[in-house]
Design a protein around this ligand. Structure first.
Ligand code: ADP
Ligand code: ADP
Length: 229
């Protein structure tokens, strides 16, 4: 469930500057495809188009054969989970931040999501910058801990499609490895689109697409791409 297909996708923010010039690729249901390429290549644009923050000017994007333009914004958002580069936390407890978007979520499901993301020890705390009515200060969370909150949110949401948009790029190497193994668990059996800036962070992807100058310059497994370069 959640098979993604980009077919001859053309996109520009400004008509004088095409960003995508005929991009085609598929993410089969349950598989992981990574998009890599230099900064400004249009990688994040691909995730925004899938989420339909913008519409393509030519070509199509489908999920399970259905054009995203024919899907309601509500069901599109329900189908896609996103772990962004930097997770922004709201002025409420970490548990509330995990529950965000799903007010009806059962308490035990939140507890379980927090366990999987390994943040059970601070779900009752507030994030940094906020304080409780009695003046208790929020907790300073590291970049990795914030990403774990985003992971817990995704575990709770359990969407068929997952977008990891440079989800580990702001972290130091040790934390990056820890968060990567948590993400590997969450993305298992989910259709996953990974946006990354380095080939070394997407070793496990079923296919890697290298985006350059608005086109797919190379594609293949990690081993195949290493051979070609
Ligand atoms: P990447 O993720 O590969 O770094 P992006 O998809 O974020 O690249 O951006 C591709 C290009 O589109 C960049 O040159 C960027 O400056 C430009 N761009 C991104 N968002 C907008 C926007 N909202 N309006 C105009 N140009 C944009
Ligand atoms: P939820 O996924 O919790 O139902 P939303 O539909 O509002 O909530 O957002 C889906 C995911 O997309 C969230 O995890 C959020 O971090 C991310 N997101 C929402 N808006 C943007 C945006 N403008 N840019 C990048 N990521 C976004």
């Amino acid at each position: 469930q959640g098979a993604i297909a980009f077919k001859d996708v053309h996109f520009h923010y400004d008509p004088d500057r095409p960003i995508l010039k005929g991009v085609s690729f598929e993410v089969p249901a349950g598989k992981t495809v990574a998009v890599v390429g230099p900064s400004g290549a249009g990688k994040s644009t691909i995730s925004r188009l899938l989420y339909r923050f913008y519409d393509v000017q030519k070509g199509s994007i489908t999920i399970d054969g259905q054009d995203v333009r024919d899907v309601t914004q509500k069901s599109l958002r329900a189908a896609i989970g996103m772990v962004p580069q930097d997770t922004v936390l709201f002025n409420d407890t970490i548990a509330y931040n995990i529950r965000y978007g799903r007010p009806g979520a059962a308490e035990e499901d939140i507890v379980q999501a927090a366990e999987i993301a390994q943040i059970s020890h601070f779900i009752k705390d507030l994030p940094e910058g906020f304080e409780t009515k009695v003046g208790e200060r929020g907790l300073k969370l590291s970049g990795g801990e914030k990403q774990r909150v985003a992971i817990a949110r995704t575990v709770l949401k359990a969407p068929p499609i997952l977008i990891l948009d440079e989800a580990t790029s702001a972290l130091d190497t040790t934390t990056e490895h820890e968060i990567q193994s948590a993400l590997d668990i969450v993305s298992k059996n989910r259709t996953t689109l990974v946006i990354a800036h380095r080939l070394s962070t997407v070793v496990g992807a079923d296919e890697i697409i290298v985006l350059k100058g608005g086109e797919i310059a190379e594609r293949g497994s990690h081993a195949e791409l290493l051979e070609q370069n």
